[in-house]
Design a protein around this ligand. Structure first.
Ligand code: 5GP
Ligand code: ZN
Length: 114
């Protein structure tokens, strides 16, 4: 059985607040919200990070990003835009080794986005 916490979230062994799901991709709120609506997007197939993706695996994940980004923005009317980030390997601040894209909604008032 996988010890990967994001595989456990996919399997439902660890609860999450889902933002989007289809057969291949899941988006859920980051447990530590850097800004309001901070969302993680993952492929259901376990891949370590950007350095390990095949083109097809990358296509599956990244093809969903624009629609999920719009859904995150639309869920927060005061959101003006987003940052997208993917940390790959420990030296680049990756702490969970199941590839994930961070979507960070941005707000004009600092207090709105923490
Ligand atoms: P990384 O540092 O690898 O780019 O990001 C990992 C992210 O996963 C962190 O922002 C962290 O808050 C988030 N995270 C870690 N464990 C959990 C969890 O059990 N549930 C959720 N929703 N997010 C998690
Ligand atoms: Zn995994």
């Amino acid at each position: 059985m996988s010890e990967c916490i994001f595989c456990k979230i996919i399997n439902g062994d660890i609860p999450s607040r889902k933002v989007y799901e289809d057969d291949d991709v899941l988006a859920f709120l980051d447990i530590s919200q850097v800004t309001k609506g901070h969302t993680l997007v993952i492929a259901k197939e376990h891949v370590r990070n950007l350095l390990e993706f095949t083109d097809d695996q990358a296509s599956v994940l990244f093809s969903r990003i624009p629609a999920i980004a719009r859904a995150v923005k639309n869920a927060h009317p005061d959101c003006g835009g987003l940052n997208m980030l993917m940390n790959s390997e420990e030296i680049a601040s990756q702490s969970v080794f199941h590839a994930h894209v961070h979507l960070l909604p941005r707000y004009s008032k600092v207090s709105d986005g923490f």
